[in-house]
Design a protein around this ligand. Structure first.
Ligand code: URA
Length: 208
């Protein structure tokens, strides 16, 4: 049922030319994961080169690192997540999407969330976070990550947690206490435990 509704949205997205990215993309990168079983909508920034070529989100280097962190936290990318990006087409040279590009994609993003109606939303990096919340200059990802926030999407409230973007972790290798990679492990373990019931690697309640 959710799959069918999403197919209708995806068809519109595939033919979208609302911004200039429509002329340079190889593929629209609409989603990955399982819309029927996902309890979590996972939102990144925009496709990179590999994603643009393959038409799937988070399949390049950052995505491979993300997969390692998800597996370690007991989160199944295939069953627990519906993975999407704020912007569905690749910005040239992987630059940060513009406000116009985000605005053009926002109806697709909101429709995806509305169809899934997730128990929680994970905002991966600052572009995803800023799509739902105005940040003052002092509020950095380092300060806001790991906290449950309430975000409103078309009048419906969702609990959401911001985490570091895996591209940032590709540049930060330390595993010291308090390092970005350790905090990423901590945040995903919390999400896994509180939303999916994973404790000590086992599920205490069913995923569906
Ligand atoms: N970074 C993102 O934010 N999304 C992707 O799909 C890949 C890299």
């Amino acid at each position: 049922m959710k799959r069918e509704c999403l197919e209708i949205v995806e068809k519109k997205c595939q033919s979208c030319r609302a911004c200039a990215l429509g002329a340079t993309r190889h593929n629209v990168v609409f989603s990955d994961g399982n819309p029927e079983t996902a309890k979590i909508v996972f939102i990144g920034e925009a496709p990179g080169e590999t994603e643009d070529m393959e038409g799937r989100p988070f399949v390049g280097r950052a995505g491979q690192l993300l997969n390692e962190f998800l597996a370690e936290a007991g989160i199944s990318r295939e069953e627990d997540l519906y993975i999407i990006n704020t912007v569905k087409c690749r910005p040239p040279e992987n630059r940060v999407p513009t406000d116009l590009e985000k605005a053009c994609c926002s109806k697709f993003l909101k429709a995806q969330i509305d169809i899934i109606k997730p128990q929680a939303i994970v905002l991966c990096g600052s572009t995803a976070l800023k799509s739902f919340m105005e940040l003052d200059k002092k509020t950095t990802i380092s300060k806001i990550r790991g906290q449950w926030l309430t975000i409103s999407v078309d009048g419906v409230d969702y609990q959401a947690m911001t985490i570091f973007h895996p591209s940032y972790l590709l540049r930060n290798h330390s595993m010291e206490e308090g390092s970005p990679r350790r905090l990423m492990q901590q945040d995903l373990a919390q999400i896994s435990s509180e939303i999916l019931g994973v404790k000590n690697g086992k599920r205490e309640f069913s995923a569906v």
